[in-house]
Write a protein that binds this ligand. Structure first.
Ligand code: CTP
Length: 401
């Protein structure tokens, strides 16, 4: 399996109530294969303890400039030296103001001033503090200084108000940090993809669907965004969190999915069909709920749905086209037959029973150069490997044109 090199970051936690979300952020960053070293301000320690952050990150937590664990009292320099980035989450209004002015009166602010790596901040504060001209000036200045601002989101606030200023969810911050750190193998490349199941109505309340959680497709969307791609995601109904940075078109049926793909296909460099599209739909779905009649059997007439992937691959100037094959047996043989029949450059094959609903997946990549197997791993990691493979094939196919 392609090795995804483990990156290290400093997670700086400042004193806001959103500090509780920093604990989950440590977990989510770990899942994204990012090693976390936590530095907390004194105020942050009033909201969450260093012991919690130490237990979750598995690394010592630093709060003090004069920490004797680092030689020569150089914590403010040493701690960021081998790090890919410093991420401040939550970043209070006060801490952002300090960053703007280059103040360095505690370990975290000094670390930010003495850093030689990128800085990302996730603001978290009350709505009025966020909207205050001073904060807005500071955010603008930080962005001008090359600092990446993540969020904030709007919604319910700890103070009882509703509005802009609450910190992004931990998963969104972790995704954004992972995307920031990922190699940009698809920089500026336009990726159109489908994900999730489709839902084919029988009547007003019933339908036919496929067992697909959308996890793999959404993980690929995130990995592609991380690799610098501009992602348009046509998604069937799922309960997955929307990937930050993707343009998402939600659909229900295969026909709607097909329409959305047709609208976007011309502008795509790469198409990835991850969706578990229903092969059939009900001929004439009823507008109203079908009432039960106990004595007669109910017969539904099913008609075939268009094959979206095959349609994309058959276009006069098709994008680089990637399909998925979910098989329950004879994986390699069936998947390769599918690749040839649908005329796609790459098929990602998996055993349906091993993948559906699971957090892990084990896939096989089949293209003109042969078959390679990826080890069983969390879908996020598998997705990164798939995207890396797509990027390699896409760039070499482009060179040959
Ligand atoms: N696919 C599609 N449109 C369809 C059916 C499938 O775009 N109507 C795409 C899927 O998104 C996937 C690939 O085709 O990328 C293979 O899907 P799969 O369900 O495994 O194959 P089928 O073509 O449906 O063949 P079979 O059901 O016979 O295995």
């Amino acid at each position: 399996m392609t090795d995804i090199s483990r990156k290290k970051v400093v997670l700086g936690v400042t004193g806001g109530v959103a500090a509780y979300k920093a604990a989950e952020l440590v977990r989510r960053l770990g899942e994204a294969n990012i090693e976390v070293h936590v530095v907390m301000t004194q105020a942050a320690c009033g909201f969450i303890t260093p012991a919690t952050m130490q237990a979750l990150s598995g690394n010592p937590v630093y709060t003090d400039m004069w920490d004797a664990r680092i030689a020569n009292s150089m914590a403010h320099i040493e701690l960021s030296r081998d790090k890919a980035a410093i991420v401040i989450a939550p970043a209070t209004a006060d801490f952002m103001a300090k960053l703007v002015h280059g103040l360095a009166d505690d370990l975290l602010s000094t670390l930010c001033l003495a850093r030689d790596c990128p800085l990302l901040v996730a603001p978290a504060m009350n709505r009025q503090m966020w909207e205050h001209p001073a904060t807005q000036r500071n955010v603008k200045k930080l962005a001008e200084d090359g600092v990446t601002i993540l969020g904030p989101a709007s919604g319910d606030q700890a103070c009882g108000e509703i509005g802009q200023g609450r910190m992004l969810e931990a998963q969104d911050i972790a995704d954004a940090v992972a995307a920031f750190l990922a190699p940009k193998s698809l920089s500026g490349v336009r990726v159109l993809m489908t994900a999730g199941p489709t839902f084919e109505a029988i009547d007003a309340v019933r339908g036919i669907t496929n067992r697909s959680s959308g996890k793999m497709g959404y993980a690929i969307a995130r990995a592609a965004i991380g690799a610098g791609a501009k992602v348009t995601l046509v998604s069937g109904p799922t309960s997955q969190q929307l990937p930050v940075g993707a343009t998402v078109t939600p659909v229900q049926s295969a026909a709607e999915m097909f329409d959305a793909v047709k609208r976007n296909a011309k502008n795509a460099d790469i198409f990835i069909g991850v969706a578990a599209v229903a092969d059939y739909r009900v001929d004439k779905p009823r507008e109203h709920k079908i009432k039960k009649t106990e004595k007669t059997a109910l017969t539904l007439k099913l008609v075939p749905n268009p094959d979206i992937l095959a349609w994309v691959a058959a276009q006069p100037k098709p994008p680089f086209t990637v399909g998925f094959a979910a098989e329950s047996q004879h994986l390699e043989t069936y998947a390769d037959e599918k690749r040839r029949r649908k005329k796609v450059q790459l098929i990602v094959a998996n055993l349906a029973q091993a993948a559906i609903g699971a957090d892990d997946n084990e896939v096989m990549l089949l293209d003109d150069s042969g078959t390679r197997k990826l080890m069983r791993a969390p879908k996020e990691m598998v997705a990164k490997d798939i995207v890396a493979h797509i990027a390699t094939l896409y760039h070499s196919a482009k060179k040959r044109r």
